[in-house]
Design a protein around this ligand. Structure first.
Ligand code: NAD
Length: 348
């Protein structure tokens, strides 16, 4: 049995017991639960990732719903424990749910929620940030400056890539991929090539209309193309951003062979999930191609990086912060609370 976990309790006399495995930003989510007669228990244990055992201890004997995190393994053991405690609802505080075994949830009659939409623009903005930072070698230049190495302007100092009129490639043009594409097309007048299993009609219409707008203003219009294969995107694009879901079809989608297809000076950005890229192959590719650059928010073995990655100057690495704006994180917490309320309280 796991050691008792530290918790903070709100509305101790509430009828329904809802547990959040982590403190979440804002208080709106807590107030929403309290308004519906919930006792809210928030795990404040000073441990970044809770184990299955920790969460079973948190669920206890009676628990109506849980809000959990993408770092947790929501499989048979947890859904069984939640169901035994009378729980009917679980919400991930994330749009991706690759950490959740939905079949197991179904077996135990637990409804599962996620938090799409509120994180679209914030996540796309980080992908855009990483694209520009990689193109202009911002992190390397910052380290150089702080290291006291700057002795004066030089024609070759930190020369990077111009984005304007280049081609941006998007793999997975869903909510976030489309928002990112719009930012790069509108912001840098990039032409778009995308690959998705489905046609991104609204995105295509946007780029067409924006191209017409530019033309009407005497500028060269931007163009779009839906690629028939992912390799077509990899071959043609100067900046490629990955935004698919992580599932069996997208595991190691970018591998050694596919990296070899990309331009030598291409930029690859990943704000989806780490295992979409074969990170060992990526490190080898970065070593062999110093002009190839990556911006990574997610990693194959999070929180760890594959050996060698941290030494690569042509890699920018940030700790899974793509959805980390105040507005979005509060929105995710609110949606997660509503998921638990809707499924548990109103569907009884
Ligand atoms: N880094 C972060 O903090 C962060 C934040 C938010 C979302 N994400 C990740 O981004 C993903 C996308 O989120 P979204 O809201 O845009 O989801 P979405 O469902 O709107 O978009 C996903 C797109 O991927 C496409 N797709 C699926 N399989 C594919 C394949 N094999 N090849 C090409 N395309 C494929 C789908 O058709 C869909 O259009 C999430 O699942 C999550 O894992 C990460």
């Amino acid at each position: 049995m796991a050691k008792p976990v530290q918790i903070e309790v709100w509305n101790p006399n509430g009828k329904y017991r809802v547990v959040s495995t982590k403190p979440m930003p804002g208080t709106r989510w807590i107030n929403l639960l309290i308004q519906q007669d919930c006792r809210v228990e928030i795990c404040t244990q000073n441990k970044t990732i809770l184990s299955v055992e920790d969460i079973i201890a948190l669920i206890g004997d009676k628990c109506d719903g849980v809000i959990g995190q993408l770092t947790e393994d929501w499989g048979d053991a947890l859904f069984s424990a939640l169901s035994k405690a009378g729980g009917k609802a679980f919400s991930n505080m994330a749009v991706g749910y690759n950490n959740v075994d939905v079949n197991a949830a179904n077996r135990y009659g637990v409804a599962v929620g996620n938090t799409p939409g509120v994180l679209t623009e914030t996540t796309a903005e980080l992908a855009a940030t990483l694209s520009v930072a990689a193109a202009r070698r911002i992190v390397e230049a910052d380290a150089f400056m702080r290291g006291g190495l700057y002795e004066g302007w030089l024609p070759h100092l930190f020369v990077g890539n111009l984005l304007k009129r280049q081609t941006v490639g998007v793999i997975g043009a869903g909510r976030i991929g489309s928002a990112y594409a719009r930012m790069m097309v509108e912001g840098f007048k990039m032409n778009l090539i995308y690959y998705d299993l489905y046609q991104a009609t609204r995105l295509e219409k946007f780029v067409t209309a924006y191209g017409q707008f530019l033309k009407a203003n005497g500028e060269q219009p931007v163009t779009w193309k839906r690629a028939s294969s992912m390799d077509e995107v990899l071959r043609e694009a100067d900046v490629i951003s990955l935004h698919p879901v992580l599932d069996k079809t997208t595991y190691h989608l970018v591998n050694k062979e596919r990296l070899a297809v990309m331009k030598k000076e291409a930029i690859l950005v990943n704000c989806s999930r780490g295992p979409v890229i074969d990170e060992v192959a990526l490190v080898e590719h970065l070593k062999a191609n110093p002009m190839f650059r990556v911006g990574l928010d997610v990693f194959e073995d999070e929180p760890y990086m594959k050996p060698g990655l941290a030494d690569m100057k042509n890699a920018i690495v940030v700790p899974h912060i793509a959805s980390a704006s105040k507005w979005t994180r509060e929105g995710m917490a609110t949606l997660a609370a509503l998921n638990v309320l809707v499924y548990h309280l109103y569907k009884k």
